[in-house]
Design a protein around this ligand. Structure first.
Ligand code: G
Ligand code: G
Ligand code: MN
Ligand code: NA
Length: 254
């Protein structure tokens, strides 16, 4: 069967689940928050990667329904964690540029947000550079609507596109996540390492929170700490986990 048809069934039957990957304060080892990541344990095909189905869902416009399911379930989980004594944990949710570009679908996301009385100051939406490059003015207006709740905006995969920090400064962005392709190069002393160090110091001088993604080795971690990168994620620290497992991790590091 075509992936589009499988997706239709998957959305109708709610075959998806959310995993959560912790984000750490690299100096204290404390968990600051978690990033929700969609997973699709397909009944016949096993886990299908979001790298496969997200781009297809974006083309077929099924991303709207899928993303509504994701935001709804992530906020439901956030509320539950607040009730269970984890109110200090931040929650990051990835938002497709497609949703940000569609007024009616963006409004549906806003309605879901309004329906959960969570601590919005602990909610972060992650967007990528593509949306900013293609529709700057509408992106700014819609991101500001999210910010009115107290929600923060993170720029995901920073460094992979073409936008510079001077360009980004005009946008309502609070957090910059340095793409893992840069972290991967550490500490070989090559160009990417120099870029990482400079993105970090420039972003910090401009008062952005900076998060390093994809930390996989102790060497990378030590280097990031050395250059005063305060926050990070990666398999070395913790992989994405199902909600019950991440709850145990959040509890034990509390
Ligand atoms: O989690 P993983 O590394 O398999 O994710 C692969 C890609 O899918 C990444 O680019 C990630 O941003 C994207 N992705 C994962 N979960 C979500 C989600 O909930 N929403 C959106 N829009 N993208 C996601
Ligand atoms: O594009 P985005 O940054 O949202 O993608 C996040 C994805 O990166 C997650 O789906 C997660 O599975 C993956 N990821 C998280 N940590 C690591 C890591 O240390 N190495 C690699 N290769 N992927 C990671
Ligand atoms: Mn992300
Ligand atoms: Na990323």
């Amino acid at each position: 069967i075509q992936m589009v048809n499988k997706l239709q069934v998957g959305i109708e039957k709610e075959e998806f689940t959310l995993f959560y990957q912790p984000e750490f304060n690299l100096h204290t080892n404390e968990i600051i928050g978690v990033e929700a990541l969609v997973r699709w344990p397909h009944p016949e095909n096993g886990f299908i990667s979001p790298n496969t189905f997200i781009p297809i869902a974006e083309k077929s416009k099924q991303i709207y329904a899928l993303e509504q399911w994701i935001v709804n379930n992530a906020l439901k989980q956030k509320l539950k964690w607040e009730e269970d004594g984890l109110e200090h944990i931040e929650l990051s949710i990835n938002l497709s540029s497609k949703t940000l570009e569609s007024e009616s679908n963006f409004q549906k996301i806003e309605q879901i947000i309004a329906s959960y009385k969570v601590d919005y100051t602990k909610i972060i939406f992650e967007i990528t550079e593509t949306v900013i490059i293609s529709h700057v003015d509408t992106a700014i207006e819609r991101l500001n609507r999210l910010r009115e709740y107290g929600i923060r905006i993170a720029l995901d995969d920073f460094g992979t596109g073409f936008s510079s920090l001077t360009h980004i400064m005009k946008l309502p962005i609070d957090i910059i996540k340095i793409d893992r392709s840069f972290i991967k190069s550490i500490p070989k002393g090559n160009e990417e390492t120099v870029i990482t160090k400079n993105i970090l110091s420039l972003a910090q001088d401009l008062n952005y929170r900076v998060v390093a993604e994809g930390i996989e080795t102790q060497e990378q971690l030590e280097y990031l700490k050395l250059i005063s990168c305060d926050r990070g994620q990666g398999y070395l620290l913790c992989t994405p986990l199902p909600s019950d497992k991440v709850y145990e991790v959040l509890r034990s590091s509390d």
